[in-house]
Structures are given as structure tokens and as C-alpha cells.
Design a protein around this ligand. Structure first.
Ligand SMILES: [Zn+2]
Ligand SMILES: [Zn+2]
Length: 153
């Protein structure tokens, strides 16, 4: 489990951040965009309250794209080393989605859900007790304490 506050940053240490609240949900995403943006087999994420996340060193570079859902996603990464740090979704402005590999203590993340698994690479298997979604995830149970976060505005 991630102990609050927790910190992270990029490979070259030009950008550092701190998060002052625990994640609502932690998961992997196997969609093509996550494979491309990580240059890896899947993305691993922790969704946190937007206001809990602050940069402590440096500044991020942003890349904006439109997801298949039509939502505008802004990925923040280090302009020096290219490490991906977190994502904002224009449709859910009160949430930031951290790349778990950017956490100082990534091993403390508690990954128990997996989305877009219909796009997973063929050698990937999931523990039977985990939640597995062929497409988009359903995070309503994870946001039960604050369901309004899942809405826009
Ligand atoms: Zn960097
Ligand atoms: Zn994805």
C-alpha cells in the first residue's frame, strides 16, 4: 500500500512530484495507446485526487491527444528525459492518473485490476482474484467515497 504522502519523478530527476492523498484505484491498461506511450507491454496507473498532486521540482511538458472515447487526454512528461509522469482527462478534471513506474516506491502500489485486456500481449496472465475488464474499467466501487469525482466539472 502506498503511504501518504508519496513521491515520484522522472528518470533524470528534472521533474519531481508529491501526492498527499491515497489512490482511489490502481490498475494496468493494455490498450494500444498505453503500449505506445510507455514503449512497453502495458501502462500501470494510480488515480489520485487532482488537488493532491503537486510538482516539487521542475516543470512538465504536455502532450494532448483524443482518446477513442472522444475525451481529451493530456499526458505530462519530462521534456528532458521523456519519462511519462501523469495523465489528465478533460472529462474528469478532479482526477490525475499517475504512471506507477514514476513512483519512488512503485512496489508499494496495490495493482488488482486490469483494463483493455482484449489488447493484452499474448504472454500476459492475470491473477484469478483480480478484476479483469476486456474494455474500459468500471471504477464506481473504487470511488464510492466520492462518486462525484467521476463526473465532469
Ligand atoms: Zn527527466
Ligand atoms: Zn490505456
Amino acid at each position: 500500500m502506498l503511504e501518504v504522502p508519496f513521491e515520484g519523478g522522472c528518470l533524470c530527476r528534472a521533474v519531481r512530484y508529491r501526492c498527499d492523498a491515497p489512490p482511489f484505484v490502481e490498475y494496468t491498461c493494455h490498450c494500444l495507446a498505453c503500449q505506445r506511450i510507455t514503449g512497453s507491454a502495458f501502462g500501470t496507473f494510480a488515480q489520485v485526487p487532482a488537488e493532491a498532486l503537486s510538482l516539487t521540482v521542475g516543470a512538465v511538458t504536455e502532450q494532448v491527444r483524443e482518446a477513442d472515447s472522444g475525451n481529451r487526454l493530456t499526458t505530462s512528461f519530462c521534456g528532458s528525459c521523456g519519462s511519462a509522469l501523469f495523465v489528465g482527462n478533460a472529462a474528469r478534471p478532479r482526477i490525475r492518473t499517475l504512471f506507477v513506474g514514476s513512483l519512488d516506491r512503485a512496489g508499494d502500489a496495490d495493482i488488482r485490476a486490469h483494463i483493455w485486456t482484449k489488447r493484452r500481449l499474448p504472454w500476459i496472465a492475470f491473477p484469478p482474484e483480480h478484476r479483469v475488464f476486456e474494455g474500459t474499467g468500471d471504477w464506481r466501487p473504487d470511488y464510492a467515497s466520492d462518486p462525484s469525482r467521476l463526473e465532469s466539472g
